[in-house]
Write a protein that binds this ligand. Structure first.
Ligand SMILES: *Cc1c(COP(=O)(O)O)cnc(C)c1O
Length: 224
């Protein structure tokens, strides 16, 4: 199933890019494997998938151990507890969910010297719900400046998880707002928009996404 699902989602990304005059090479498919076993990741890997996203540190480290021989780029996309930054800094290529200077500083300090800079995105709480993680849009310019100055991080852009909408035009609005806010900063380092999940993939691509984070459409529904 996973192999077929990957083919379907790749086709969906291609079709969406065609429709919105985007180059499919500019949209990375991140397979979100949280709660799914290492065997599922191995199957996706055999079908050519190399980038995987995880939301829970402990669970991710266990799978990384099981899959040590695979050439996988691991992305962390979940909420960050400060007592976990050491592992995130050591065992991931990307962290999408940085939402404070404190966390960014810890990741920079703890990124091992032998590894390339850790790619990071700032998570922006674009729908403004108090319950969700992420910084307010108004805080973005200052945090960009501060995080960009940290020596062991490579600040790449922003990540957003808008509140769910079924209407396509409504799905586009928060992504458009955030895309424009980043473009106004006029900073060529900021080349990454981590936008879009299974249910709003097309809206995200329409609004400039460069990484789509897809779980359900590849691995099926999650139990938790
Ligand atoms: C779980 C998760 C996804 C994947 O969501 P699907 O709807 O299953 O595609 C994407 N991004 C984040 C941050 C997630 O936690």
């Amino acid at each position: 199933m996973i192999t077929e699902n990957l083919e379907l989602i790749r086709n969906r990304i291609r079709a969406s890019c065609n429709q919105w005059h985007r180059d499919p090479a500019d949209v990375l498919l991140l397979a979100v494997s949280k709660t799914k076993p290492a065997a599922d990741i191995a199957e996706a890997y055999l079908a050519g998938q190399r980038h995987f996203g995880e939301s829970y540190c402990q669970e991710a480290l266990k799978k990384q151990q099981e899959l040590g021989a695979y050439d996988i780029t691991w992305h962390f996309i979940g909420p960050i507890q400060s007592n976990k930054t050491k592992w995130l800094a050591r065992d991931f290529g990307w962290v999408h969910s940085v939402d404070s200077l404190k966390i960014a500083r810890r990741l920079s300090e703890q990124r091992p010297a032998g590894l390339p800079l850790l790619n990071v995105c700032l998570q922006v709480n674009i729908s403004g719900e108090a319950s969700k993680s992420g910084i307010a849009l108004a805080e973005l310019p200052e945090l960009v400046e501060q995080v960009a100055a940290l020596p062991r991080l490579r600040l790449r852009g922003v990540m957003a998880i808008p509140s769910p909408e079924t209407d396509f035009e409504k799905q586009r609005v928060p992504y458009r707002t955030l895309y424009r806010a980043v473009k106004r900063l006029d900073d060529p380092k900021l080349d990454t928009f981590s936008f879009g999940m299974t249910d709003d993939l097309d809206a995200a691509i329409a609004e400039g996404s460069t990484i789509v984070r897809i779980g359900t459409a590849i691995f099926g529904a999650r139990q938790r």
